[in-house]
Design a protein around this ligand. Structure first.
Ligand SMILES: [Zn+2]
Length: 111
């Protein structure tokens, strides 16, 4: 499996003791806005991981990611974001094919 991508364990939403709690998340920092306590993207894009946000933003855009998260129940959001982050990491690593190589690889394992 691809070791470049490690998104299946998203950051915990409860990092109140963490130093990054006082900073804006990478998404709010990019948009130059204040990161409020109810920021939907903060749990997934901590300020320290700008690269992860940039890849996801390039592929999906902030408003689309927020729209998807708002349409989901809270317990579904981590899986949805892990999926979007995974896809954006793979897409950044292989822009021509994106997830197609992985899908074909898994498909051949099934056969
Ligand atoms: Zn934020």
């Amino acid at each position: 499996m691809d070791s470049r991508v490690s998104v299946l364990s998203p950051y915990s939403p409860s990092y109140a003791d963490d130093e990054s709690a006082s900073k804006a998340c990478a998404a709010c920092r990019f948009r130059r806005q204040k990161c409020k306590g109810d920021c939907l993207l903060a749990p997934f894009f901590p300020a320290a991981d700008k690269s992860r946000f940039q890849k996801a933003h390039r592929l999906f855009g902030v408003s689309k990611m927020k729209k998807i998260l708002e349409s989901l129940l809270p317990h579904q959001r981590a899986v949805a974001m892990a999926t979007m982050i995974y896809e954006s990491e793979v897409h950044a690593a292989s822009p021509d094919t994106g997830c197609l190589d992985i899908i074909l690889q898994l498909h051949s394992q099934i056969e």
